[in-house]
Structures are given as C-alpha cells and as structure tokens.
Design a protein around this ligand. Structure first.
Ligand code: PEP
Ligand code: MG
Length: 537
C-alpha cells in the first residue's frame, strides 16, 4: 500500500482503477526551410483548425458545465487571435527560416514562462492556458490526434498536469477523480473539477507504476492511497456509502427554504476564508456569507496589502454573490495567525494578547486602509462589516468614530458608498455579558463560539491535549448565547452564530428555540443544517 498526501481541490471519496494519463507526445524538432511562406500558411491553417476545435469544445462545455466554465474556451479562441503570440510565431518562421511547429513550441515556451513569473496568482495560472493552446496547434501541425479517450471503465485519472480542454473532453461518466502532480487551486481544471463534483487533489507525488492499480482518493483528507489493504478498502467503502448519502441529500435540499415544520425561518449563510471558496458557497446554496475571514489577504502577502488589492478582492466577492449579503470581518491576526511584516512581539499568552481589533485600534493606518477598501466595495453589492474580539462599549465607540470618518472621507472624495450594516462578533464573555449595552450601538451580533468557548471555559482552543475538557455544549456557553440573542432582540437587532457550533445539528433545535436569526457554517455543512432545520417542529 502506498499513501500520498496532496492539496485538496474538491472533496468526496473515489475508489477505482487508476489510469495514468499521458498526453500524446509531440516530438518537435527544429528543421530549416527555404519556403517560409508554406510554413506561414501551415501555421495559419493549424490556427484555424484549433479555433474550430475550441468552438466545438465550448458548445460541449456549455451543456455540461455551464456558461461560466465554458468561457475558458472562448478565452483560448481569443488567445489564438493574440497579435503578440502570432507575430512571435511568424517572426521565428521568417527570421530563423524554420518549421512552423518549432516556431509555435518556442513561442509557447516563452509566453508560458512569462506568465508563470508574474506575481498575480490569476495571471500565473494562465501559463497553463498558453501551454494548452500551444500544444493544440503543435498537435495539429504534427498530424497527431488529441488523445482524451480514457477507455471504457470508470477510472481515477492520475497525471502530471491536466489542461482544461483535456478534463472537459474526457467522458464524465467514466471519471471518478483527478490526481495531479502540478496545478493550483486557481486553475481552471480545479474549477471544472469542482463544478463536475469530482474529488480532486493536486501536488501529489504521483508515480507511473500506479497505472492499472486500485486507488482511493479521499478529497476530505487530501489523501491518495494506492493498492490499499483489505481493511483500508472496507473502511473506505463505508465512508463512500456515507458520502453518497450526503450527496443525495445535497441534491434534494437545494433551493429549499430554511424553515421548520411550524414555519419558523432562519438565515443560513456560509463561512469562507478565501475568494476561492466562493464556488462551494454557491454550489451548496448558501443564502449569503456570514463570515468572510479577511486574514487571507494579509497571510498570503509579503507586505501590507494595499487598498486597491483589498478593494479588488472584496468587490469580487460581493459581485459574485450577486446581491446576497456578504459579512466581511475586519483583520483578526495575532494569536495563532502570525504575519512577519506586522513585527508582532513574541507573547507568553498570544490568545490573550495583541490581536484582532486591539491591533486595528492601535494601528489606525492599517485599519483605515481596510475600511476604505470595504466601504468602496460596498457600492458593488450587499456588504456588511463585522469587528472581532470586542470586549467593551468604549472599543465600539472608537471603532464607530473611525468608521464614520473613513466614510466621510470617501464621500468627500466623490466615492460612492453603499448602505453598510456594521456589527460585532460576540466572542468574549465580556461582550456577552455587556450585550445589553452593546446592542444599542450596532446593527447585528454574530457569536463566535470558537473563541467564546475558549475564553468562557479558560481552555486554549489550540491545545489538543485539552480536547476532552473543551465542552462546547457547556451550560455556561449556552446560557451566554441565549443572553446575547435576548439582548439583541430587545434592542431590535438580529443575532447569529458564525463559530463552529452553528453547524452542530444536535443544537439546531435549541438555537431555533432561542430565536436565533442566522447560522453561518462552512459551505459543506449548509445542507445538513438545512435538513436539521426542516426536521425541527
Ligand atoms: C470564532 O471565534 O468562533 C470565530 C468564528 O472566529 P475564528 O474562528 O476565526 O477565531
Ligand atoms: Mg474568533
């Protein structure tokens, strides 16, 4: 048995035969020619044939994976029209007096490398598209046919890399999973795998000798197991049966209301930590985003993300959600999330230390940059802001002053600012106890049960040794939650839960009975929680 870890691209369990997928080898050699015009004409004809193939692929993808995903083939058709690319091929043919396939391959290598070296993750991922169109033209010029025939039996495809055109051409009914050595979570192949609902892993140390062996792909744990022992195989058959049940559930509950048998409704939103999670938010039919952890912008960067970078990210999220509510939490670094360029000191008790709003209130330039980006993005959708780790009325007063002055500054600059709800996270016992006073100062409360439990029970949530003591059903925690909801309603504002406890279906009935207005859970938990709501009397 061989067990390899990889990056999780899409969840699910697959068990089946492995097919090592290798592209048709195009052997391109550099040959001299006297007849450059003939080579230019061959290139032109190959380019036209490539465009015809891509148009067909677009039509196929449109039916199978929808317009947004099919769009990549239109992008490829546009790339075939690109002046820089075409001029480069033509120049190589005429100045070096060489064959068309060599000129295309050399151009493709240069352009792909140029994109791969770009800073922006989106452009980096486009390098694969350049390779894809180049390979297509070279294949046509070499007279090879495109080999996407994966045979007649269902298989787990293992490959170095997969171009979007290869994944979409494969017969979906025979595809169990994708496992690749390369490929990013941003790649179109990853997006397509998610849309097709096929478990997928990238960054796996694959091996050609796996071809024909039995494999297991565990998209939840990021594992690829080859030649499993009988007990492992049996364990995975059980896991897969459970997974299939969940998937069926997912289908039947999509589009249904979050309503109890007696007619009580509740909003069910999703928690995300990255714009890359948006696809699963939409797939799982979330009513909005109840917690967007904005830290990813700071954690993925080498230095403070600029206002423009932040604005672009927030705008993309609200636009993708098309008018549904998106609650973005302001920066919550410190504690377990360390960022070098903030130059934070080492602390004996980081969870009780300089983190979240405490950083924002003492580093107003960092806070104001984020707020400017958020208010600017608010003009493009239904954006709300929430502030983490609040402990006092005075903090909220200071936040409101800063937020008001940022808004006024933008309006004075002629920037459009939307209607923005501003709420706070209730994740410290102090905030829960003070919630009667805090409720009059904000538009909503979102209860962060992960930290609320940690601070109420005095248990470090990171310390695995304390797991048996970390009782999230502790009456003290539940009593605080009830108090928060009651105080919110007395002041006429709404209250929700965005900590992990919101997805605990053994408590769904209790939360409904408390009158909770919203639950925000990870995308994969939306439908199980919807079922629990709909089963409640
Ligand atoms: C929480 O504390 O419950 C919460 C949602 O915030 P985080 O897990 O990001 O600390
Ligand atoms: Mg928290």
């Amino acid at each position: 048995m061989d067990k390899k870890e990889g990056k999780k691209i899409f969840n699910g369990i697959a068990i089946g035969k492995i097919r090592f997928y290798a592209k048709a080898e195009n052997k391109v050699s550099r040959t001299k020619t006297e007849d450059c015009d003939a080579e230019l004409a061959r290139y032109e004809a190959a380019r036209e044939e490539a465009a015809r193939q891509l148009e067909k692929l677009y039509e196929k993808a449109l039916v199978e994976v929808g317009e947004a995903n099919a769009e990549i083939f239109n992008v490829h058709i546009m790339m075939l029209e690109d002046d820089d690319y075409n001029e480069s091929v033509q120049n190589i043919i005429t100045t070096q007096k060489v064959n068309a396939e060599y000129a295309v391959a050399a151009t493709g290598d240069n352009f792909a490398e140029m994109f791969a070296n770009m800073e922006d993750e989106y452009f980096k991922a486009r390098s694969a598209d350049i390779k894809d169109i180049t390979e297509r033209i070279v294949t046509i010029l070499c007279g090879n046919s495109d080999s996407s025939d994966i045979g007649d039996e269902p298989v787990i495809i293992v490959a170095d890399d997969l171009a979007p055109s290869e994944t979409v051409q494969m017969d979906k009914s025979r595809l169990l999973a994708f496992v690749t050595r390369y490929g990013s979570a941003n790649s179109h192949t990853a997006i397509l795998a998610r849309t097709m609902g096929i478990p997928a892993l990238a960054g796996v140390d694959i091996d050609r000798s796996w071809d024909g062996k039995i494999g297991i792909v565990d998209g939840y744990e990021g594992l690829c197991i080859v030649d499993p022992t009988m007990p492992v195989l049996e364990e995975y058959f059980k896991k897969k049966a459970h997974d299939d049940e969940q998937k069926e559930l997912l289908q039947t509950l999509k589009g249904k209301e979050n309503i109890t048998k007696s007619g009580q409704k509740i909003n069910l939103y999703a928690n995300i930590g990255n714009p890359g999670d948006l696809m699963s938010v939409l797939e799982n039919d979330a009513g909005g985003i109840g917690l967007f952890r904005s830290e990813f912008l700071y954690l993925e960067s080498e230095t403070y993300p600029t206002e423009e970078e932040q604005f672009a990210a927030y705008r993309k999220v609200v636009e993708t959600m098309g008018g549904k509510k998106v609650i973005i939490r302001t920066l919550d670094i410190g504690a377990d999330k360390q960022v070098d360029y903030f130059g934070l000191d080492r602390e004996d008790n980081p969870a009780l230390g300089y983190r979240a709003i405490r950083i924002c209130l003492t580093r107003p330039e960092v806070f104001r940059t984020q707020l400017r980006a958020l208010f600017r993005a608010s003009a493009y959708g239904n954006l709300a802001i929430m502030y983490p780790m609040i402990i006092s009325v005075d903090e909220v007063r200071r936040i409101k002053e800063i937020s008001k002055s940022v808004k006024e500054e933008l309006i004075a600059e002629g920037v459009t600012v939307g209607e923005v709800e501003e709420g706070i996270m209730i994740e410290t016992p102090a905030a829960a106890v003070m919630s009667n006073e805090l409720a009059g100062m904000v538009d909503f409360f979102s209860i962060g049960t992960n930290d609320l439990t940690q601070y109420t029970l005095a248990i470090d949530r990171q310390n695995a040794k304390l797991d048996e003591f970390y009782d999230s059903h502790h009456p003290a925690v539940l009593r605080l939650i009830r108090t928060v909801v009651e105080n919110a309603h007395k002041a006429g504002i709404w209250a929700g839960i965005c900590g992990e406890l919101g997805a605990d279906t053994t408590l769904t009935e209790t939360f409904l009975e408390m009158g909770m207005d919203e639950l925000s859970v990870s995308p994969g938990c939306i439908l199980p929680v919807r079922r629990a709501i709909r089963e409640t009397k």
